[in-house]
Write a protein that binds this ligand. Structure first.
Ligand SMILES: Cc1cc2nc3c(=O)[nH]c(=O)nc-3n(C[C@H](O)[C@H](O)[C@H](O)COP(=O)(O)OP(=O)(O)OC[C@H]3O[C@@H](n4cnc5c(N)ncnc54)[C@H](O)[C@@H]3O)c2cc1C
Length: 356
């Protein structure tokens, strides 16, 4: 293809989304991926497709102001709908259940529920919980627009769409310096794997490790949608073949888990296994284990937009563990902006002042 209009570093959900928007707009796009499409967090996550940002809605409202928080939530609700259209059978529209592990958490959840309800978002409060949840949790918020994805399948599908629209996707092609890219503009879509390409970014997007276990098929459906508790430190769902996918427990070793080293550890794995045992009432066989890295920012909001002081350099990363839907949205917004369209939503994620 020779020199391109835009080079994208990273072929996760962000890079693939951005590539699709740019190729659809008629620009020449090349995606450079060190491993394979969805080889990073996009193929290693828990498969929760949730609206909103990493902070609860009421907290986001306090931190960002009511209008900006609402527009962030609406942006992700639109992205969820887009995901439902693009992902085919890699997406299930299930809703999600955000559970209170104790009374203090129930109080926080109630505050979030009220804020969402008052601002006109679809939301339900569940005080009675049954089945494996009975007696263990103290109420929950049900979020009807949310869903479950088979993450790697979904992102590969998205990348295929981008390729069909004309994007070139180069796998096993690590970028070692931005200057080597033969492109007018460059997009960094490397989330937690952002390291070594732009020092300014390395200072504000910190890597964090997440670990996951998957059980044998359980033969019974205990959990019909993604479930999460303890402020997101525990999360689990069942796949269509009724395996339990369970992740989290990072708070068991927070410092050790603040790392870019992509490996499982005995301590966190043991906690995950014990929690799986608790949830299903027996010790299910673990068939898969993995770790992945995600990028965290101080304010838990992604950075998406141009990097000031660098001509033609853009970034979309730092979803703080919440990038399945936000990554789709931010990749698309950056693509629209590069294609010359007005994109007011990018003001929510402006890197200016956050990467100095
Ligand atoms: C265990 C775990 C569970 C999670 N659970 C959820 C969840 O349930 N819901 C949710 O919304 N989010 C979740 N997340 C976060 C979510 O997965 C990420 O925010 C999202 O996938 C980020 O997508 P991305 O495309 O921006 O980055 P990634 O998918 O990480 O892709 C970045 C890519 O860039 C490539 N790359 C890096 N450097 C270079 C280079 N120099 N040259 C070329 N390529 C490079 C990497 O190989 C990688 O493939 C979880 C994350 C983890 C790790």
């Amino acid at each position: 293809m020779g020199r391109v209009d835009v080079a994208i570093v990273g072929a996760g959900v962000t890079g693939s989304s951005c590539a699709l928007t740019l190729a659809d707009a008629g620009l020449r796009v090349r995606v450079h991926e060190a491993r394979e499409v969805a080889g990073g967090a996009s193929g290693r996550n828990g498969g929760f497709a949730l609206r909103g940002g990493a902070a609860p809605y009421d907290v986001a409202r306090a931190e960002l102001g009511a209008e900006r928080a609402a527009s962030l939530w609406r942006l992700t609700e639109r992205a969820l709908q887009q995901l439902g259209t693009l992902a085919g059978d890699a997406f299930r529209s299930t809703g999600s259940l955000r559970l209170a592990a104790d009374l203090a958490e129930a109080e926080s959840l109630w505050a979030e529920y009220e804020a969402l309800r008052d601002d006109g978002f679809e939301v339900e409060w569940r005080s009675e919980l049954d089945g494996r949840l009975a007696g263990r949790f103290h109420g929950a918020i049900f979020h009807p627009p949310d869903g479950s994805i088979q993450p790697a399948r979904w992102v590969r599908r998205l990348a295929v769409r981008a390729a069909e629209a004309g994007a070139e996707i180069r796998e096993h092609d690590p970028v070692t310096a931005l200057e080597e890219l033969d492109a007018d503009q460059v997009v960094l879509a490397t989330d937690g794997y952002t390291h070594g390409l732009l020092e300014r970014l390395d200072r504000v997007v910190k890597p964090a490790r997440g670990q996951v276990v998957v059980t044998e098929p359980l033969g019974e459906e205990y959990f019909a949608c993604p479930h999460y508790a303890r402020y997101g430190y525990d999360y689990w769902q069942q796949t269509e073949d009724l395996r339990l996918v369970l992740g989290g427990s990072r708070d068991g070793a927070l410092e050790e888990e603040s790392t870019a080293e992509e490996r499982t550890t005995p301590g966190i794995q043991a906690r995950l296994e014990a929690f799986a045992h608790e949830l299903v009432g027996r010790a299910p066989k673990i068939t898969h284990r993995w770790a992945g890295i995600f990028g965290v920012t101080k304010d838990r909001l992604p950075l998406a937009g141009p990097i000031r002081g660098y001509d033609g350099l853009w970034v979309a990363c730092g979803y703080s563990g919440h990038g399945n839907v936000l990554g789709l949205a931010c990749g698309d917004l950056i693509g629209q902006a590069i294609a010359g369209q007005p994109v007011p939503e990018l003001a929510l994620f402006d890197p200016a002042g956050r990467t100095q």
